[in-house]
Design a protein around this ligand. Structure first.
Ligand SMILES: [Zn+2]
Length: 152
């Protein structure tokens, strides 16, 4: 074993803890999403906090919030590292993404409450304006979820 092996050998002393996002399951379910108050932001799926392993380095919790909305399984490893390291660009991207979803939700809330549009009408309008390939059933479920979460 040469000097470089010793230099670059990582010491496995970081204690692991059960992943606080998925509670050790490796995937985030509806109950986790409700517990973390992310109903309008996340769908059930693989856990991005522990990368599906169910456990994380204990130090991770102090680096990034368990409920960091932007840290989802869609992010690449590179992006994930950037988010954890509080890279300015990544933080700006995360804020932009949240704003986008929030304004989308606001738009739906407004259409439903002020304009008295039906769920179906809102979905139809969004399907016309939005990007192609959106599933109407999924959109309707999302609108219903907004109405439920916001107690409209
Ligand atoms: Zn997890």
């Amino acid at each position: 074993m040469g000097i470089f092996n010793n230099l670059f050998k990582k010491k496995e002393i970081t204690p692991k803890i059960e992943c606080p996002r998925c509670l050790g399951k490796g995937h985030v379910n509806e109950a986790d999403i409700i517990r973390l108050d992310k109903e309008l932001y996340w769908a059930p799926g693989d856990c991005a906090y522990c990368k599906k392993t169910g456990e994380v380095d204990a130090s991770l919790v102090s680096k990034i919030a368990v409920d960091e909305m932007y840290l989802t399984i869609e992010r690449t490893d590179r992006e994930r590292k950037k988010i954890i390291n509080k890279d300015k660009q990544a933080i700006a991207k995360a804020a932009e993404y949240k704003e986008l979803i929030d304004s989308f939700v606001d738009h739906i809330v407004l259409s439903y409450t002020e304009k008295k549009a039906s769920i179906d009408d809102i979905a139809e309008t969004l399907l016309v304006k939005g990007p192609k390939g959106i599933d109407k059933g999924e959109l309707v479920r999302y609108i219903k979820k907004i109405i439920e979460v916001k107690q409209l």
